[in-house]
Design a protein around this ligand. Structure first.
Ligand code: 2YH
Length: 267
């Protein structure tokens, strides 16, 4: 699992309007509408939650510890969606207590394994991999003008890939999966998902959700020329040449789409 670095995320906060505009241009949907589709939550519920629910982000020191500005970036993304939000002064369990004492209805917190949004009054726990997969599938759907009855290749059959496959099915698409680990591929096949076994087959698909954590391995000759590429995978799998070839057809971010989908799912 990729750990974000301060270097990667340090400018995110200032670039949110630009990110939102770029996403809307590609998907023909506002970030809020994308999150609503990805989270399967009505706009009405989100609007009403945005004036009722305060959100807290709690820094977690466990494991590899705090990523400088991580919590601030998450809070900025939540604020960009129109919610009142604060980062707790305290960390870990004390931070969770502080969040509750200050009236937070939704709490975001991440360690090295899990990134969660909790809404205890609703008994809701939203996990980042699931929400991220749903957000990117919704974005691909917007960009493609619909996914019903279309085959979509999911690269990587791990936690995010599995969630993407399930949500693709909810949206009426056929999810097909590729993973370089034969054991993972065998597991997904045993669950009933169509699989491809070689990298050469990737180019048969013009719709891709990339959930792999290895960067720089997809070259232009491996891709269908009309590919639409939605990628929650960090770092980006495309080589610079492939990125150039798919210019204007890549949906990729490090945190934003996942966080806004987590937020609406926790409302
Ligand atoms: O980046 C991560 C992990 N790779 C989990 C991602 C789950 N999809 N965690 C962030 C750690 C944040 C840190 N504990 C902090 O600053 O609070």
């Amino acid at each position: 699992m990729t750990r974000l670095t301060t270097e990667w995320i340090k400018n995110m906060k200032n670039e949110l309007p630009e990110w939102g505009r770029g996403l809307e241009e590609m998907t023909h949907m506002s970030p809020l509408n994308l999150a609503a589709v990805g989270g399967d939550v009505s706009r009405g519920r989100i609007n009403s939650a945005s004036w009722r629910i305060k959100v807290a982000v709690v820094p977690v020191t466990q494991g590899e510890g705090i990523i400088d500005t991580f919590c601030e970036q998450v809070a900025a993304i939540v604020a960009y969606m129109g919610f009142e939000v604060f980062v707790t002064e305290q960390t870990d369990v004390w931070g969770i207590y502080e969040a509750t004492q200050k009236g937070a209805g939704i709490i975001f917190l991440a360690d090295d394994m899990y990134f969660l949004a909790l809404n205890m009054s609703k008994n809701v726990v939203v996990e980042n991999s699931d929400a991220t997969a749903r957000g990117f599938v919704a974005a691909l759907e917007g960009a493609a003008g619909g996914l019903r009855d279309r085959a979509v290749l999911v690269l990587g059959g791990g936690r995010v890939g599995k969630a993407a496959l399930s949500f693709l099915r909810c949206r009426g698409a056929e999810g097909v999966v590729f993973d370089t680990d034969p054991e993972v591929l065998k597991d997904r096949a045993a669950e009933g998902w169509r699989t491809i076994k070689t990298k050469e087959e990737i180019k048969e698909f013009d719709l891709i959700v990339d959930c792999t954590p290895e960067g720089n391995w997809l070259t232009p000759d491996m891709l269908h020329p009309d590919t639409l590429f939605a990628s929650p995978g960090v770092p980006l799998s495309l080589t610079p040449e492939a990125e150039k070839m798919l210019e204007g057809r890549i949906i990729h971010d490090l945190l934003q789409l996942g966080v806004i989908t987590m937020l609406v799912m926790a409302c």
